[in-house]
Design a protein around this ligand. Structure first.
Ligand code: ZN
Length: 312
């Protein structure tokens, strides 16, 4: 085994062996006074300004990188105005908004969320993926991403009338999940370096993880809805979310449930676990648990008879 120190990290290695990822793998890692991060055999070598060196297991840092890059963010992280989920665009892709409305009590007033509201129904009129991506993630706008969890369909080539070929081939569908975000694109453009660093590597990002979870939620919701014999579900759960009013606290997530259908008057609804405080971080689990028990979730804002239940 070579114990030679590799001085130049390639793009993939430079994304993996960072101070933050070393700290994710080793909680007591001191990330101050570092003059260089190198690779030596199975270890990552950290050199300090006083000349001292420490080694850290490469495998653990890679695992920390992967689980961080692919982590599931909370339910509200990628909802647009009015709890809008990803919206269908062209080329097998969707517009995924960042949850600017839900990061803060005043989030709906930020220029980003106002731009989202302004643009939400207009993206469909654009047909160039590059243009849409630029609008979504420019220096001035940070609205969201273009995402194709089932693979981006390449635009058809224009038909060449002078061509001898009488059959124009369909543009291929790339089956690989795709996202316009910086993290995914960096992996894609350094694919062979990532693949030689991480066994079985395939490009991925937090947006793809979130999208898949959201899609699973929609499927489960349809199942729960269709399983009621009358066609109208009796077991319903209404939810509300109040984003935090500062940048330290969590938001409040509240659920009311009934066995008398979504239109039931307020008196037929009960607070779910009134003694517990739920936050945005509980939302996924609560939704899936409720649906598992046969309850169909509805945004509380869509049920006017429950308005009085929730203090502003
Ligand atoms: Zn992404």
């Amino acid at each position: 085994m070579s114990i030679q120190t590799q001085l130049e990290l390639n793009q993939a290695q430079a994304s993996i062996y960072t101070r933050t990822n070393i700290r994710r793998a080793f909680q007591d890692f001191d990330d101050t006074s570092i003059t260089g991060i190198y690779l030596r055999g199975d270890n990552c070598l950290v050199v300090r300004s006083d000349g001292s060196e420490q080694t850290y297991n490469r495998q653990l840092i890679k695992a920390a990188y992967s689980s961080y890059t692919n982590r599931l963010k909370d339910f509200f992280s990628y909802l647009g105005p009015n709890y809008r989920g990803p919206s269908v665009w062209h080329n097998n892709a969707y517009i995924l908004f960042k949850g600017w409305n839900y990061t803060h009590a005043l989030g709906h007033l930020t220029s980003n969320s106002q731009l989202q509201a302004h643009w939400a129904d207009k993206f469909i009129h654009l047909s160039d993926p590059a243009k849409v991506t630029a609008l979504l993630q420019s220096d001035q706008t940070d609205l969201g991403h273009l995402i194709a969890p089932d693979g981006l369909r390449l635009p058809n080539r224009p038909i060449d009338l002078d061509s001898d070929m009488d059959t124009e081939e369909e543009a291929p569908v790339m089956g690989d999940p795709w996202c316009s975000c910086g993290s995914y694109q960096r992996q894609l453009s350094n694919l062979s370096d990532f693949a030689s660093e991480i066994q079985g590597f395939r490009p991925w990002c937090i947006h793809l993880t979130w999208f898949n979870k959201y899609r699973e939620l929609l499927c489960k919701r349809t199942e729960a809805r269709n399983s009621s014999p009358s066609g109208t579900p009796e077991k319903c759960v209404a939810w509300w979310y109040a984003p935090p009013s500062d940048h330290i606290s969590d938001g409040r997530f509240v659920l009311l449930y009934t066995n008398s259908g979504a239109q039931a008057p307020l008196s037929h609804w009960r607070t779910y676990k009134p003694r517990e405080i739920f936050t945005q971080n509980d939302a996924w689990d609560l939704f899936f648990n409720m649906m598992e028990a046969g309850y169909v979730p509805f945004p509380g804002t869509s049920l006017p008879q429950l308005k009085a239940a929730i203090k502003k």
